[in-house]
Design a protein around this ligand. Structure first.
Ligand SMILES: [Zn+2]
Ligand SMILES: [Zn+2]
Length: 371
């Protein structure tokens, strides 16, 4: 069945849908009377406002037959707003301009002042919603403010983080700090040659020497745990012999010493004749000489990885010098001669270790002589 009015054609306003929330004056008044006033003896609910003796004129909004203008109640009219259907006189109604026609209201319909204001707002809103895409892409003032606030918050969070990260990246890791990381990754201080107690990670310190060392090749390089090409060696151009004194963090027992030449240094700068002495009294002795021997360059070997590949660790394979088990707190290293260099003497690492008699992990051996 076809609708009585085709789309777009004009139909009477009283057949159009009434917008929600709109009440006519008559509705409002009758609601007020019904809800607020108590039961009244008068059928209208309102006492007649007439002087005694006169015929009562019952002006009763709910029961009134005539339509009166909302703003001019003295005018009895037949016209009304086409949108809210409130009765208004011709003075109060204005035709709707074509640009504001929407929904049930078409161009030229009479509309009250309030409905015209709402229609104007709706028309602006419609135009905003239908604006072309290049205008939609253009940021509004609100968009700019939102973006500014967001970037300010992100900046307030990201800036300190960026500064911290830059500090961490920019500050170089010293060999001593890197040695701590290496020990942590390895899971302990012990190695295949025992535990080296004379290193900066465990608290070992360099105390002094009888002659100066080369700048950039200080004696602390001897106890930084590194004897690789990546970390400089210790060097001295002073005349030999030279005495170097170190301290362990606590008194302990040692039975092994290692002199590890640096792979980046010429062989004739390596120490040859040397002496190691321990003390438990003080950094100036008295000393117990536990080792007095030569470092034979022929016993120092370059490690080779299986398959002939370059080894990851370029440390030399060096002999460890066994000494008798001796309590030790202070250590003195005396280098009497080198491999023949007239320029300087060098060494990568000086270690004082304790290695258990039975290597860790080895099967228990039968001690001879026991029943
Ligand atoms: Zn209206
Ligand atoms: Zn009016």
């Amino acid at each position: 069945m076809a609708p009585p009015y085709a789309n777009g054609t004009r139909r009477p306003y009283w057949e159009r849908r009434r917008p929600a929330g709109h009440l006519t004056r008559n509705h409002r008044l009758s609601l007020t009377v019904r809800s607020v006033r108590p039961a009244s003896p008068y059928p209208s609910g309102v006492p007649p406002r007439v002087a005694p003796g006169h015929a009562p004129v019952r002006i009763h909004p709910g029961a009134e037959r005539e339509r009166r203008c909302y703003d001019h109640p003295h005018r009895v009219i037949q016209t009304a707003c086409a949108r809210c259907r409130t009765p208004f006189c011709a003075d109060c109604l204005t035709p709707v301009p074509p640009a504001q026609a929407s929904g049930t209201v078409v161009s030229g319909d009479p509309a009250c002042r309030r409905c015209r204001e709402e229609l104007a707002h709706l028309a602006v809103r419609r135009a905003w919603d239908r604006r072309p895409w290049w205008q939609r892409l253009r940021p509004t003032w609100q968009d700019m403010r939102r973006a500014a606030v967001t970037s300010a918050i992100i900046g307030a969070i990201a800036l300190p983080i960026g500064v911290i990260v830059r500090e961490i990246v920019a500050s170089p890791i010293t060999p001593e700090e890197f040695a701590r990381i290496a020990f942590a990754l390895r899971g302990g201080f012990g190695g295949p040659e025992g535990t080296n107690y004379l290193n900066t990670v465990l608290g070992g310190t360099y105390l002094g020497a009888s002659a100066p060392s080369a700048t950039g090749y200080e004696p602390t390089r001897l106890i930084d745990t590194w004897a690789t090409a990546r970390v400089p060696a210790w060097r001295t151009a002073s005349a030999l012999p030279i005495e170097l004194t170190f301290a362990l963090p606590n008194q302990t027992v040692a039975n092994r010493a290692i002199l590890r030449p640096h792979p980046g240094e010429a062989r004739d700068t390596w120490p040859r004749a040397f002496e190691v002495a321990f003390s438990t009294v003080g950094p100036s002795g008295p000393w117990t000489v536990v080792l007095d021997t030569d470092l034979d360059p022929g016993t120092v070997a370059t490690p080779t990885a299986p398959g002939g590949a370059t080894p990851a660790d370029d440390r030399f394979v060096v002999p460890s010098f066994e000494v008798r088990e001796t309590p030790v707190r202070w250590v003195r290293l005396v280098i009497r001669s080198n491999g023949g260099s007239r320029d300087y003497t060098s060494l990568g690492e000086f270690e004082v270790l304790y290695a258990p008699r039975t290597p860790l992990g080895a099967p228990p051996s039968v001690v001879p002589g026991r029943p």
